[in-house]
Design a protein around this ligand. Structure first.
Ligand SMILES: [Zn+2]
Length: 326
């Protein structure tokens, strides 16, 4: 039983460490991608037949009392998980969030593009409010608002949110992000598709040029460069974005948030990519700006131009890790 649990976990998380005295196995954490195996999964089965309590010693990701789905979703292998569930019909514990398996994504019903406020003089007061949010708080130009096809919806799940659609390489919708324009405490409300299965606005990406990776969609737009974003999460080996970068040997520039979390994420992503011989560079900017989206465009572009060129090596990564600890 223990060995089948290990086999199951390894098909998602890669090779585990040897079993500890308490029946813990350590894996690389799919959430924070720390360079060491810091995710401990316990294989003991309790009275209810549950097993798999886990904890990452680095990012703190831990078992939420239901099942392993919240961990395994970071691996982006939903079809594998579904297959596995079918084979263990005696174990009711594994339940699947089927919404996440379905790759088809559709915009919320009654999607109204913000361009209709600008071009057709639509008087809808929510459209006006969303437009002013993008214009005044996000400092986007009318052209950026129209060309990125921002919109709003009367769907109650996304009411009060600007919908930011994303398109795959063929121009098909593959994801959307909702950003509150009314100051809701939930700033973002994303669609149910798994982030790891899609590349945000792949339609705009040239894989043969330097690719900038940011945290959020507004950073991408404001960067005015060949870019995509990781939607606030990390870059994991099983993600489509990672595969495409390695396949195309695309040189990567990382400009994540300037806070310590963002810095740590950037270092982890950089060291992962370097293991695969990808040229990677971290672009540093003044901590007075949280991200590119907050920076005036000309200031960002001059920072980028002045730093781009040199790619990182192992020593510099180590130096950054040490700086990060101070
Ligand atoms: Zn972690």
């Amino acid at each position: 039983m223990i060995s089948s649990k290990v086999k199951f976990l390894e098909s998602f998380l890669g090779e585990g460490s040897s079993l500890s005295r308490n029946n813990d196995v350590a894996f690389y954490c799919p959430k924070c991608n720390h360079r060491k195996k810091k995710l401990a999964v316990n294989l003991n089965t309790d009275k209810k037949g549950h097993w798999g309590k886990y904890h990452c010693w680095v990012c703190g990701e831990k078992f939420k009392g239901k099942n392993l789905i919240s961990l395994l979703k970071f691996c982006g292998r939903y079809s594998l998980l579904k297959e596995y569930v079918k084979t263990i019909n005696d174990d009711k514990w594994f339940t699947l969030d089927t919404k996440k398996v379905d790759l088809n994504v559709a915009l919320p019903i009654k999607f109204i593009p913000i361009s209709s406020y600008l071009l057709n003089n639509d008087k809808n007061s929510n459209l006006k409010r969303a437009y002013h949010y993008l214009k005044n708080e996000r400092k986007l130009t009318d052209i950026e608002i129209i060309s990125n096809m921002f919109g709003i919806t009367t769907d109650k799940n996304y009411y009060g949110y600007v919908i930011i659609p994303s398109f795959d390489k063929d121009g098909e919708l593959n994801y959307f992000v909702g950003r509150s324009y009314t100051g809701s405490k939930y700033r973002y409300r994303n669609c149910k598709n798994a982030k790891t299965n899609i590349i945000f606005n792949e339609i705009n990406i040239d894989w043969n040029s330097d690719l900038l990776i940011t945290e959020g969609p507004f950073d991408c737009i404001k960067s005015k460069l060949n870019s995509t974003c990781i939607l606030g999460s990390s870059l994991i080996k099983k993600s489509l974005l990672f595969k495409k970068i390695v396949e195309n040997k695309t040189p990567i520039k990382l400009a994540l948030d300037s806070d310590s979390k963002g810095t740590e994420k950037a270092i982890n992503i950089a060291s992962l990519l370097m293991k695969y011989n990808i040229d990677v560079q971290i672009i540093n900017f003044d901590k007075k700006y949280k991200d590119i989206a907050e920076m005036p465009a000309d200031e960002w572009l001059s920072i980028y131009e002045s730093q781009k060129g040199l790619s990182l090596n192992e020593t510099e990564i180590l130096k950054k890790r040490i700086e990060g600890m101070v």
